[in-house]
Design a protein around this ligand. Structure first.
Ligand SMILES: [Zn+2]
Length: 591
């Protein structure tokens, strides 16, 4: 099979030098397997280093795609083997000492992960994110690339944002563009398009879609596009592709690209016209990335270095502020009632106020710590989300700008200013760029108050007093802080009844329950000799400082344990109730 493939390749004449060609094969491969044959000119000097990305834009963890690569070999086009060795976990060094004018490299790669940023080969679903499959020559990311798909049956459908020369041949001006354009290929796809604000929106569905008429969905997508264009002042796209992979299980994942986004969503959400509305929020989030992160992008990722994890404290801005704008977009586009917007926002902020991790990690810290998310040394209780932390900053910053400018500016103005100042001038957003943008809008005399904001809520972990923060703005604030009650009083913030016992869902670190050694998924059976399932949660409210309560519990692995919980008043977590209601119609949303 290997020889056959090589024979096929040699019939195709080699294109101009300085062009890197990738041929991707799957037809003769087992499921979950791609085979790649790559041709390129050698780098200057005695060897060429080829590298696999260790992470991908949009997910700030190490994924080490090189781990899926095997059967690597290198030769000249006429079949003379070239020596090679690995020089680090991601790099293959091919030695050519001037004797080769073209290098031909081949390898296999495993592809069995199905999420919005992965690659998968399942026979009737050919789905790949080029960044997980293709090596690049070190230092040559700007050379034009060709992608050939010789195995693609003529009748199959293709969804991709990469321009096609023909169905089996795609060209990208650089590796950066090649890897920013995923492909979904299948015998059939439901494909449709509409023109919106002069841009062609392509919508592709793979999988079972029950909705007969998707036109209303396209109309809603266009409302999202129009609303976001207004925020940014321009729509920098001629075409855009929404690529939806519908799966028969519950999954909600999406990844943004320059000219497209891929979504993996449950097919139940596409069973009819009205359920499709459930896809609008995630679509609005990804489309906002057209500007925020794909174009207005932290300098640490300008340009992308696929081997070295980019260190930026701005993920709270690129993801969290995008999340803030997701619901704002829906309400402005008339796709969500205003009352629902405020009620969801209030619940969201209340949850953050009551969550230990957000009182102990700042949005800037959580951004940097994104790289620890998959570390076995990072326990769940330390895993905060820069999405959530940043969404809160987005709201606070929006209100801060309105408050400090006397209503002259809001967050939209800052977004437009940053987009013009950095992206439109061909630059990345510096680490201090957002802060400086706020100072620019409010004037240098406000620098101190802006720096205070950053110290408290971006680089700091201060709790927010919404009553104080929103003073002077037309928002009614109901904010009550009190000692936690019931099970939460000993630090068991969330739990569920399980037969005779209480299953712990979340324990507050350093609380009385945590000090006893109780943790997530433990089942408490007895409290003070009585059945935990029958216990009135108010029992905990009556405990006096210094009380000792015998507790019996069982761990998942069937270890039965008992101990005495030592209750002290100073360890009682605090609990906030929060409700924000605008007193002026449209304030904070359309106004
Ligand atoms: Zn995002």
């Amino acid at each position: 099979m290997r020889n056959l493939l090589h024979l096929g390749l040699s019939l195709i004449p080699l294109r101009g030098m300085g062009e890197i060609t990738y041929r991707l094969f799957w037809a003769e491969e087992p499921p979950y397997t791609y085979r790649v044959i790559m041709r390129l000119s050698p780098s200057k000097g005695p060897y060429t280093d080829l590298q696999m990305p260790s992470w991908r834009p949009g997910r700030y963890i190490l994924q080490n795609y090189a781990g899926a690569l095997y059967h690597f070999s290198a030769q000249t086009p006429d079949g003379q083997p070239l020596a090679w060795k690995k020089t680090d976990k991601d790099t293959w060094r091919i030695f050519h000492t001037g004797k080769a004018s073209t290098l031909e490299v081949s390898y296999r790669i495993d592809a069995r992960t199905l999420d919005a940023g992965s690659s998968y080969q399942g026979g009737a679903l050919i789905y790949f994110n080029p960044i997980t499959l293709f090596l690049y020559p070190v230092g040559r990311l700007n050379e034009p690339c060709r992608l050939e798909l010789p195995d693609l049956p003529a009748t199959w459908a293709v969804a991709t944002a990469l321009p096609a020369k023909n169905k089996r041949l795609y060209e990208a001006p650089s590796y950066h563009h090649l890897v920013d354009a995923p492909f979904v290929i299948a015998p059939t796809l439901r494909q449709t398009q509409t023109t919106c604000e002069g841009t062609t929106l392509h919508v592709h569905f793979w999988g079972e879609i029950g909705a007969k008429n998707v036109d209303p969905f396209l109309t809603d997508l266009c409302k999202i596009v129009q609303t976001q264009k207004q925020i940014w002042g321009e729509l920098p796209l001629a075409e855009y592709h929404f690529i939806y992979i519908l799966v028969p299980f519950l999954m909600r994942h999406a990844v943004e690209h320059e000219n497209c986004a891929v979504f993996v969503l449950p097919q139940s959400g596409a069973q009819d016209e009205s359920s499709l509305k459930g896809f609008l929020s995630i679509s609005a989030h990804e489309f906002f990335h057209v500007w925020n992160v794909k174009r207005l992008r932290p300098a640490a990722m300008w340009p992308y270095d696929y081997n070295t994890p980019p260190m930026t404290s701005l993920h709270w801005f690129t993801e969290g502020v995008t999340d803030y704008y997701t619901s704002l977009t829906l309400v402005r586009a008339g796709l969500m009632p205003e009352a629902q917007y405020w009620s969801q926002l209030s619940s969201f902020l209340q949850e953050l106020e009551n969550s230990w991790v957000y009182q102990n990690f700042s949005p800037a810290e959580l951004s940097m710590d994104s790289w620890h998310a998959t570390s076995p040394y990072r326990p769940t209780f330390l895993q905060g989300s820069f999405y959530a932390a940043g969404k809160r900053v987005g709201f606070l910053l929006d209100m801060f700008l309105r408050r400090e400018s006397g209503g002259r500016y809001k967050l939209d103005d800052l977004m437009r200013y940053l987009y013009r100042t950095y992206y439109k001038r061909g630059k990345g957003l510096p680490e201090e760029g957002v802060l400086e943008g706020v100072v620019h809008l409010l004037g240098a005399e406000k620098r101190k108050v802006v720096e205070d904001f950053w110290r408290s809520y971006v680089e700091g972990r201060e709790r927010v007093s919404y009553k104080d923060f929103l003073t002077g703005l037309p928002i009614a604030v109901e904010e009550v802080e009190e000692l936690a009650q019931g099970w939460a009083r000993i630090g068991i913030r969330r739990w569920s009844q399980e037969g005779e016992g209480i299953r712990i869902v979340h324990v507050e670190p350093l609380s009385a329950a945590a000090r006893l050694g109780l943790s997530q998924d433990d089942i408490i059976y007895t409290v003070d000799g009585k059945s935990a399932g029958d216990l009135d949660p108010a029992f905990w409210d009556s405990l006096k400082d210094g009380a000792r309560v015998p507790i019996g519990w069982r761990r998942k692995d069937e270890v039965v344990d008992e101990g005495v919980l030592y209750f002290t008043a100073r360890q009682i977590p605090r609990q906030k109730r929060l409700r924000l209601t605008p007193t002026k119609e449209g304030f904070g949303t359309s106004d």
